[in-house]
Design a protein around this ligand. Structure first.
Ligand code: OAD
Ligand code: ZN
Length: 284
């Protein structure tokens, strides 16, 4: 595994592992980049196909939904189509294993994500970890009313999934997410995805937990995020102000300029090596 890392990155991974085993409280923030190796495009990637003329910032807003609910709902149904068969990659799996390890050695690890996919949860199930994941930007697989906020249970995205065509001789049917608008059974307003859009507040409980974890951690790790979208991007600064060391895992430079250790490599490559080294420190 280590062979896949350049020697410069390997040196930094070793520094990060030494630091991490010496501290008690670790806070991790993940972004779209951690799911990139599972085949889910990031937000700064150009959109493809039907949606190539749109930017996420123009679709993920309450104003866009008010103006054209069908357009925004169709975009999310398309995203669900894109994500529904994606699986956790080695970075998600390594993080789930690390959560388990931290529980055994009495370290506190808080995992916060900006992602709306459920790949951290899927990895936790695969690794049989019961730890929670704090979602700052909501959940792609949940819906709620755009007016009265009631959770929409009636017709979940799974039951929205329709067989589009069962082609002759095809091994598997292909699926399509229905893009007809749904209406709230309480007030009749349109149903929207339970996702935090630009200009909206973050869920209070999730944000409070994230702020506390960032303010009290000794090491803050930022994985696969461009650090452009606030308030999530401010968590690293909060951690730094309170004396934490900052580690960043990202193959490309980001807006985060307070990093102490940069692991300039894909998360799916670097995370398993980092975890292996942490184990070696713990059980030499
Ligand atoms: P971005 O799309 O802004 O950034 C993704 C980051 O992942 C970039 O810095 C890439 O360099 C990095 N990256 C790409 N592949 C990677 C890999 N294999 N390993 C590690 N890093 C990799 O995504 P976020 O920072 O998550 O909001 O975006 C923040 C928020 O803006 C999102 O949650 C979303 C978006 O609009 C909502 O949906 C509310
Ligand atoms: Zn309603």
């Amino acid at each position: 595994m280590v062979a896949e890392l350049s020697s410069a990155v390997a040196v930094e991974v070793a520094r990060a592992a030494t630091l991490l085993v010496s501290k008690q409280r670790i806070c991790i923030l993940t972004g779209a980049g951690i799911s990139a190796e599972s085949g889910i495009p990031t937000f700064r990637d150009k959109q493809t196909g039907l949606w190539e003329n749109y930017r996420a910032e123009d679709l993920a807003t309450p104003e866009a939904f008010a103006r054209d609910p069908k357009l925004v709902w169709s975009w999310y149904q398309w995203r669900r189509q894109l994500v529904h068969d994606k699986q956790p990659n080695p970075a998600h799996r390594a993080l789930a294993q690390w959560q388990q390890h931290c529980a055994r050695v009495n370290q506190q690890l808080t995992l916060i994500t900006q992602n709306v996919d459920d790949l951290h949860e899927q990895a936790n199930r695969l690794e049989q970890t019961i730890d929670k994941v704090i979602h700052l930007h909501g959940h792609l697989w949940r819906n709620r009313c755009s007016h009265c906020d009631k959770a929409y249970e009636g017709n979940t995205p799974m039951s929205n999934r329709e067989v589009e065509s069962v082609e002759k001789n095809a091994d598997k049917p292909s699926y399509r997410f229905d893009d007809s608008l749904l209406q709230c059974t309480h007030c009749g307003s349109y149903i929207r995805p339970d996702i935090v859009w630009f200009g909206e507040s973050l869920p209070v409980d999730a944000w409070q937990t994230a702020e506390e974890a960032a303010a009290h951690c000794e090491v803050f790790i930022s994985i696969g995020t461009s650090s452009l979208v606030y308030p999530a991007a401010g968590l690293a600064q909060l951690a730094k102000q309170n004396g934490a060391k900052i580690i960043e895992i990202n193959p490309d430079p980001t807006a985060n300029d307070i990093v102490d250790i940069t692991l300039a490599e894909k998360a799916g490559i670097v995370m398993p090596v980092l975890i292996e080294q942490i184990y070696q420190h713990s059980f030499p």
